[in-house]
Design a binder for this molecule. Structure first.
Ligand code: DGL
Length: 264
């Protein structure tokens, strides 16, 4: 059926990998996490543009996938065209789910919760202009939620008060009480969906793009002739030092039975 390389700065892309696996259980996947350079949301555009094309080229040479999924909003909204120019297989990026959130909102007040990098990008302004012009859109960036999601998936307990502190500016702000849809514009955030839901009292839809990406992968795969693939378990390549046993277990639980640390 084919082989996809799924890329993120850390465990966030697992939320996308899970949706892809649900839709395409026969697809082989390699996962790559840029642990050593996380959080991407705190990096400048120039830093990401300097790092990502080369890194993705190297990972693609190593994994030999049929296609690449940039399962990271920050990387996709910053350096997608540069990454595409560097490698010769199809590259699918994540698009923040602003269009479905605007369509789902009855109050026409939506929030975009991403990394500080993503919510600043022109790409997001363009999506709002194209698909949410009839909405009041509140942008909120958080680096800490990325870290909290990493902690959760590394087996540490998550304190709801941390989450409440991160999202308080959204719901306590001027139009906060009207928000009825929140775009999870960072792939780490669907991993905290239960905690986010538990942190607000008003009725809110939390909308991510995982399923849309999985559908896009399916469409792109149909047009490809897969390369021959060595028969081995789906593998996670972690760019950085050896990770903890609990985190290895997380990758195993998401179907990546082999976990390899790549020292940069
Ligand atoms: N998961 C990534 C995203 O979707 C970024 C997390 C980070 O800041 O490293 O934006």
């Amino acid at each position: 059926m084919g082989h996809a390389l799924i890329f993120d700065s850390g465990v966030g892309g697992l939320s996308v990998a899970a949706e892809i696996r649900k839709r395409l259980p026969g697809l082989r996947m390699t996962y790559a996490a840029d642990d050593v350079f996380r959080p991407y949301g705190a990096k400048t555009e120039a830093q990401l543009k300097a790092r990502l094309p080369r890194l993705l080229w190297e990972l693609t040479e190593t994994a030999q996938p049929d296609l690449v999924v940039i399962a990271c909003n920050t990387a996709s909204t910053t350096a997608l065209s540069e990454i595409r120019a560097a490698i010769d297989v199809p590259v699918i990026g994540v698009v923040p789910a602003i269009k479905p959130a605007a369509a789902a909102s009855r109050t026409k007040t939506i929030a975009v919760l991403g990394t500080p990098g993503t919510v600043k990008r022109r790409y997001v302004d363009d999506l709002i202009h194209d698909f949410a012009e009839d909405c009041h859109v509140i942008l909120q960036g958080s680096v800490n939620l990325v870290d909290i999601a990493e902690k959760k998936l590394a087996g540490e307990s998550v304190n709801l008060a941390w989450i409440k502190t991160e999202i308080a500016p959204l719901f306590n702000g001027k139009h906060g009480a009207d928000i009825d849809a929140v775009v999870l514009a960072c792939t780490h955030f669907p991993l905290l969906r239960d905690e986010l839901k538990a942190s607000v009292t008003q009725s809110v839809q939390w909308i991510d793009s995982g399923d849309a990406i999985a559908r896009r992968v399916e469409t792109v795969l149909k047009k490809l002739t897969p390369k021959p693939f060595e028969d081995r378990p789906d593998t996670a390549l972690l760019v950085g030092p050896k990770t903890s046993d609990a985190r290895i277990q997380t990758f195993n639980n998401f179907g990546f039975k082999r976990v390899v640390s790549l020292m940069p």
